[in-house]
Design a protein around this ligand. Structure first.
Ligand SMILES: C[S@@+](CC[C@H](N)C(=O)[O-])C[C@H]1O[C@@H](n2cnc3c(N)ncnc32)[C@H](O)[C@@H]1O
Length: 375
């Protein structure tokens, strides 16, 4: 019978439910399994990539079969902790991505595969290797894809997309963009074919193979409401006005996540340097903007986020700033020197990473646990 010892202390506000847990994640996931079954909305995993490197804070040379078995074992446990509309996002590089995909397919089912994201992790060239590996991957799975699809969030529209909306006629309803007023005639009714008379008297025929999007009466109503645009001179082919203020949907995430959108490893290191102001930097942190995007898509405020390979604490820092609840698990002592120190500075209002974007000014708290299991 294993003996479980738990040491605990708190930082900031108590009873937030936020947890940093030191221990082997397999043991910790087992210990959490009763309390947290069907509770985690998003799990982010950034396991050692099994690339043979020795980092300052952990080793990454397990051997392929053992490594794959170890990650798969943890994924199986995590799946039971997910809500029905929950998802898992796994960071991985070229050397193991294909094996991990097959293993994860077996656990989640190929039908629940959300997709592969390519993240541009560096913008400089790595000249010491045959190929400069500038990207790595995120494999994303849902516990149940149909439920996740209904739950997930689009991304907010970017300034670039917003800039496509203009207001050449000083419409009091604000900026708009125009879309075609005719569509393919495949399913048209006879009422959608007519000669359209513009306010200046000009007649517009619908192009061959197309029909007007509205019937004649509806089109006249839309023209009267100022919703149809005939160009500055009033002589152009009619187009429909779509207002930015009425736009309900955000953006569908791309599968290519560029460094200028979600940051690089080097951005993440610079942020850590600003927090710790010393040289014992963590070697492989993820940028906060990368985790922010995952949580934007897959969670809402108050949701529970799990990271079983916490490292320097990026996931918990971002979850905290985004008002999500979290559990971060880390085996190494750097959970004290790095992850929890970082979380204390987040509570104190740390200004790096996504802080400015989220107007983060501090607050909240977390509980720290050390789980020791002796067989
Ligand atoms: C690639 S790093 C994670 C980096 C993290 N995403 C960040 O932004 O800082 C992987 C981490 O997993 C930890 N780790 C490896 N095996 C573990 C285990 N069995 N249980 C808990 N943590 C583990 C390592 O100590 C290391 O800190």
């Amino acid at each position: 019978m294993p003996i479980v010892r738990v040491d605990k202390w708190s930082a900031g506000l108590s009873a937030t439910g936020n947890r940093l847990i030191q221990g082997d994640n397999l043991r910790v996931l087992e210990a959490l399994s009763t309390q947290y079954v069907d509770s985690v909305r998003c799990a982010y995993l950034d396991p050692p990539y099994n690339n043979g490197e020795t980092y300052q804070h952990y080793f990454d040379n397990m051997g392929h079969a053992e490594w794959l078995h170890s990650v798969a074992e943890r994924l199986r446990k995590i799946r039971t902790l997910l809500t029905a509309d929950g998802s898992v996002w796994i960071s991985i590089d070229d050397s193991e991505v294909h094996y991990l995909k097959v293993a994860a397919d077996e656990i989640f089912g190929r039908d629940n595969f959300i997709g592969t994201i390519v993240w541009e992790r560096r913008t400089s060239r790595e000249n010491r290797r045959v190929l400069s590996r500038n990207h790595e991957y995120l494999l994303a799975y849902a516990k149940d894809l149909s439920k996740w699809e209904r739950f997930r969030n689009p991304l907010p529209i970017t300034p670039e997309v917003a800039n496509r909306y203009r207001n050449p006629d000083a419409d009091p309803r604000g900026p708009w963009q125009s879309v075609s007023a005719n569509v393919q005639a495949g399913h048209a009714t006879p009422q959608q074919f007519y000669a359209l008379k513009a306010p200046n008297g000009r007649i517009h025929e619908v192009p061959k193979g197309r029909c007007w999007v509205y019937t004649k009466q509806k089109m006249m109503d839309e023209i009267a409401k100022g919703n149809v645009w005939f160009g500055v001179a009033g002589t152009s082919v009619p187009r429909l006005k779509r207002f930015l203020s009425e736009r309900k949907t955000g953006l569908t995430p791309n599968t290519l996540w560029r460094a200028d959108e979600v940051g690089t490893t080097s951005d993440a290191k610079k942020q850590l340097l600003a927090i710790f102001q010393e040289e014992t930097l963590f070697d492989t942190p993820k940028p906060e903007a990368l985790i922010h995007r995952i949580l934007q898509i897959s969670t809402n405020p108050g949701d529970l986020v799990l990271d079983p390979y916490l490292g320097s604490g990026t996931t918990t820092a971002v979850a905290h700033k985004m008002n999500r609840a979290y559990i971060g698990i880390e085996i190494g002592d750097h959970i004290k020197t790095h992850s929890s120190s970082r979380m204390r500075s987040v509570i104190a209002g740390e200004s790096g990473g996504v802080s400015r974007l989220l107007s983060w000014s501090g607050g909240g708290g977390f509980d720290f646990y050390r789980l020791t299991v002796t067989d």
